[in-house]
Design a protein around this ligand. Structure first.
Ligand code: COA
Length: 339
């Protein structure tokens, strides 16, 4: 005999970001330091990328440590306990281990007893993708506190003899708390995401997965490092971030003039400016902190939100556009009202 079951369906609510936490390890790798490691120079790096320094972990510090520090910062600002979290989503391509998920390690480190969660792999678009998944958990009415973290220790997968990649990336993490919007708040408005596997080998780490498990040969041939076709990635990044952002604005009846703040993924200052130019977004509306952190992959957008808040540029009521591009390819654009 079948029992009576009642679906756990809740009224739809909107999701909003209620606080932003950040953490970057204290050790710095400057362009002057890199000049001693590979044939490069400060002027080339600054002109081609806008990067002046990156933060790097010390040995033994992993992605979960950065993620937990950013999450603690976020919880402290909100004044709530980790045990109040319903879920923890960690976007990363540099998990502490293949498994368990870094989210589990973060859960234990911050003491989020009773939470569930998982990792999400979408490279530099990872934070935007996790933000949407987290928002859906809130919008479903099932959860009221979801921690979304973007964290990467890119220094763990970089070849510091390859000047075309090692200058670009840094380590860092950012975390936001998603909660239900109240009264007339708007919060998360809309998003467009797209993946394109034709770019899979344009920006990737070839070994360490099921296709090429670790062997002495994969190590000797540097297959556990980031490999990239920089020029190809640059062009697709600009075209696709602009295309998706434009489409997102259009379908919400907006133009760049209606956006108060544009917070893009921080991969290269020239990519950011070229994307903004295509969108008709003036430079004063763009948040750029790549000079300080380099490309921290899933960490860039929450770190840039944190910078914008610290500088007093991100304020209640603002219409904010986020855009990201990453290995995969993965592309995303998100529209929200800052509450
Ligand atoms: N220092 C000095 N010279 C360098 C260098 C470095 N760190 N890296 C490359 N060069 C050299 C190249 O060897 C090349 O020399 P050549 O003309 O003698 O062959 C020259 O600089 C120009 O290289 P090129 O690759 O055309 O430079 P670029 O202007 O395209 O800049 C990147 C290279 C990597 C900065 C740029 O392609 C880029 O940012 N791509 C996107 C990368 C990215 O953001 N990835 C993450 C996406 S989420």
């Amino acid at each position: 005999m079948s029992v009576t079951l009642t679906p756990r369906i809740h009224a739809r609510v909107a999701a909003k970001i209620t606080c932003v936490g950040a953490y970057a390890p204290p050790r710095l790798l400057t362009n002057a330091d890199l000049e001693k490691m590979v044939t490069t120079n400060d002027q080339w790096i600054v002109e081609r990328t806008g990067i002046r320094q990156r933060h790097l972990v010390d040995a033994g510090v992993a992605t979960s440590d950065l993620a937990a520090a950013a999450a603690r910062d976020c919880l402290a600002q909100r004044g709530i306990q980790a045990s109040e979290l319903d879920a923890i989503l960690v976007a990363t391509v540099t998990p502490d281990m293949m498994f368990p998920a870094t989210a589990c390690l973060v859960q234990e480190k911050i003491g989020a007893v009773g939470a569930w969660g998982f990792d999400l792999s979408a490279a530099c678009s990872g934070f935007l993708y996790a933000l949407q998944v987290g928002a859906k958990l809130i919008e479903s009415g099932v959860h009221s506190k979801v921690m979304v973290i973007g964290a990467d220790v890119m220094s763990s997968i970089l070849d510091y003899t390859d000047r075309s990649t090692c200058i670009l990336f840094g380590d860092g993490a950012g975390a936001v708390l998603l909660e239900p919007a109240v009264a007339d708040e708007v919060g998360m408005v809309d998003f467009i995401h797209e993946i394109d596997g034709t770019g899979a080998t344009s920006l990737y780490m070839p070994a360490g997965g099921s296709l090429h498990p670790a062997t002495a040969e994969t190590v000797a041939t540097k297959m556990h490092f980031v490999h990239q076709e920089g020029g190809a990635v640059f062009k697709v990044a600009v075209r696709k971030m602009a295309e998706l952002s434009e489409a997102l604005l259009q379908r919400n009846g907006l133009t760049a003039a209606d956006v108060d703040l544009f917070i893009p993924h921080q991969a290269n200052k020239r990519i950011i400016l070229a994307t903004a130019e295509r969108l008709g977004m003036p430079e004063e509306k763009i948040v750029i902190n790549i000079g300080e952190y380099g490309n921290t992959t899933a960490g860039t957008i929450p770190l840039a939100m944190h910078t914008a808040l610290q500088e007093g540029r991100l304020k209640k009521g603002m219409t904010v556009l986020l855009a990201a591009f990453g290995g995969g390819y993965t592309i995303g654009s998100t529209l929200l009202r800052w509450e």
